[in-house]
Design a protein around this ligand. Structure first.
Ligand code: CUO
Length: 649
């Protein structure tokens, strides 16, 4: 990496360090403390947002520092977007940096972290810059109250500490059996980053960055999260997650036992609560929006703002629906179809204090960093997902010619024993502690239990009549349902999780394809800790080491540890599905076939390119099957067993 890049990386790390500390840049002459954005409006591609932001700051109308920021609050979000745009439209790095330093000391820290992260992800001159793990920037959103209290105690005593964090609730709550997924730090971090890479408030035309197939990716990534949750449920003798309904009681409550830094505990929801009208959103609105969405699905066309029909009856229909249900700014008719998904988050987040009588802070559902902790997250998304499924099931099944790869045959699929286990992981809590206490930092960590698996390799043997480039698509599904009945593939489709997707050369004759679990296009490895990241950058700046910069670096990506579901102690049967398809027909650009796009394209697409696979996401299992089982030569299924090995220590 060149020096210039390293200095930028250092600046970003410092901007995100201890976001609550006041006046970080005030006395540093070079940092922009003296910089006044409103005197430098010619340094922004579009000066309106930064001008508006400064004006609102000067009139004290912005969300103050120290208050809770939630993206789902219109006012909070509008302000955050102004800040994002101020940083995004800065014409050069110096302006960007000075604007960020200006904002760091003045703007609400939640808004600042979020806006800065999204700006770094999307600025051309920031490509390759790594953000610290989200759970280290803002630990309060990831660990529970107990841990924070213990961390404070340790700091007061000036003693380093490792604090054990338990999953929320007790074994008397059956849902707690799968809390290790919903509360997994890496999983929450993946989800938070997905929504930074594909913000629902993104304005593609204004920003000049199109988010290719964003609506479809919204559908697919969340669909996969639910499918994965269901496989963990099955592994723990729980039935698949039930969709919730706007007029139905939410049987299982949730007590987050998590605290905001300032502003108290996250609100809890007792068992059997019902959705409540808010002053801004009525339950009846949700019922109406949903009826209109269902109408659109069944007539295979949506009504646009100009009153025309826009067809859903092709492979792009899912994208239109996704944009409409999330909704994105590109929704075909926001007033008519509403905001089924976003409002669902808000209704759940405010369910215990719908009228704001008790001034309760936002619920876990109102932050992407915390949403999956609540089992109702999966229930809401299952409900939304079932609407997507209704649409997909109206499309014709794939024809044989869309499924075959002429001349290519899979003769064998082999995989090593699949084993999972629980392990400990320590997360750094340094950023959680208030620096207004005038004490030195001591090392304080939260120790969590998390799922992992033994690395494995899938070996596929193929025979081909000619040399060709094949896309290899690998899925995993359960063999038996909760009742112990074998699940027909047509029904199983919805529980299949993607394991990998990659392109490989198939030779004429026999080819053995080997693919390691660590290479999966679904996952990313553990994020580097802030401490290590800082040390690496400093060493590189001092010439003591070098850093390889990956311009496509991704923060979004399912944790590689969670690639496999837990399975069971005595071994649990699953089935692997492998299909080879024709890359030359599927490619969307001229990049090398093995280009890895930062490594997590299956659920996270790419930031800088078109989605590099022209097939519908989830292909070929996204549609009804024309026959009970696939039987093309380029398709193979293989029964496997996942064995849970218990706790490692
Ligand atoms: Cu990711 Cu509902 O979209 O949380």
């Amino acid at each position: 990496a060149d020096k210039d890049f390293l200095l930028k990386q250092r600046e970003v790390l410092k901007l995100l360090n201890k976001p609550h500390e006041p006046n970080r840049y005030k006395d540093q002459a070079d940092s922009g403390s003296k910089y006044e954005p409103s005197n430098n409006l010619n340094r922004y591609k579009n000066p309106v947002p930064v001008k508006t932001l400064v004006k609102r700051y000067n009139s004290h109308s912005l969300l103050p520092r120290g208050q809770i920021f939630t993206l789902f609050d219109d006012k909070h979000r509008e302000e955050m977007v102004l800040l994002f745009e101020s940083m995004f439209y800065a014409l050069d790095w110096d302006t960007f940096y000075k604007t960020a330093c200006w904002a760091r000391d003045r703007i609400n820290e939640g808004q600042f972290i979020y806006a800065l992260s999204v700006a770094v992800i999307h600025r051309d001159d920031a490509k390759g810059i790594v953000l610290p793990p989200s759970y280290e920037i803002y630990p309060h959103l990831y660990v529970n109250s107990e841990v924070i209290h213990a961390a404070y105690k340790a700091k007061m005593r000036q003693e380093p500490a490792v604090v054990r964090m338990n999953f929320t609730g007790t074994i008397r709550n059956p849902e707690q059996r799968v809390a290790y997924l919903g509360e997994d730090l890496g999983m929450n971090s993946h989800h938070a980053h997905w929504h930074m890479d594909f913000p629902f408030w993104w304005k593609p035309e204004e920003y000049g960055i199109d988010k290719d197939r964003k609506g479809e990716l919204f559908y697919y990534m969340h669909h996969q999260l639910i499918a994965r949750f269901d496989l963990e449920r099955l592994s723990n003798d729980l039935p698949p997650v039930e969709p919730l309904g706007w007029r139905e009681r939410i049987v299982d409550g949730f007590y987050p036992q998590t605290t905001y830094r300032v502003g108290g505990e996250f609100p809890a929801r007792p068992d059997d609560f019902e959705f409540q009208d808010l002053s801004s959103i009525k339950v009846q609105d949700m019922v109406d929006y949903e009826r209109r969405v269902r109408e659109a699905i069944s007539q295979q066309a949506v009504i646009t703002m100009s009153g025309d029909y826009f067809s859903l009856n092709d492979t792009t229909g899912i994208n239109t629906l996704g944009e409409m249900m999330e909704p994105s700014t590109t929704s075909k008719h926001r007033d008519y179809y509403g905001a089924l998904h976003n409002y669902g988050h808000i209704l759940l987040g405010k369910i215990t204090d719908p009228k704001g009588k008790f001034n309760m802070p936002p619920g876990v559902m109102e932050h992407f960093e915390t949403a999956t902790r609540d089992p109702a997250f999966f229930r809401l998304h299952k409900h939304i997902d079932n609407l997507f499924k209704l649409h997909k099931d109206l499309l014709p099944p794939y024809k044989q010619e869309e499924l075959v790869l002429p001349g290519v045959k899979i003769t064998d699929v082999a995989v090593e024993p699949l084993e999972t286990y629980f392990e400990d992981f320590d997360a750094d809590l340094l950023n959680a502690l208030d620096d207004t206490i005038d004490l030195d930092d001591v090392e304080i960590k939260a120790r969590v239990r998390r799922l992992n698996h033994k690395p494995f390799t899938v070996q596929i043997t193929a025979e081909s009549e000619r040399e060709t480039l094949a896309t290899v698509r690998i899925f995993l599904g359960p063999k038996y349902d909760w009742f112990g009945q074998e699940i027909p593939l047509e029904e199983k489709r919805q529980y299949l999780v993607e394991i990998d997707k990659f392109v490989t050369k198939v030779n004429s004759g026999k080819t053995t394809i080997q693919r390691k679990s660590s290479e999966s296009s679904v996952t990313i490895p553990d994020r580097e800790t802030t401490k290590l990241l800082v040390a690496k950058v400093e060493n590189a700046i001092n010439g003591k080491a070098t850093i390889n910069v990956n311009k496509d670096v991704r923060h979004c990506g399912y944790p590689d540890r969670l690639l496999l579901p837990k399975g069971k102690k005595g071994g649990m049967p699953f089935t692997l599905y492998v299909i080879l398809t024709d890359f030359n027909k599927e490619k969307v650009n001229d990049l090398p076939y093995d280009y890895d796009y930062g490594g997590s394209l299956s659920y996270c697409g790419t930031i800088n390119h078109k989605y590099p696979d022209s097939r519908p996401m989830g292909f070929p299992f996204d549609r009804r099957l024309s026959t009970e089982e696939f039987s093309m030569p380029n398709f193979c299924s293989k029964d496997v067993t996942i064995t849970f090995k218990g706790d490692s220590s």
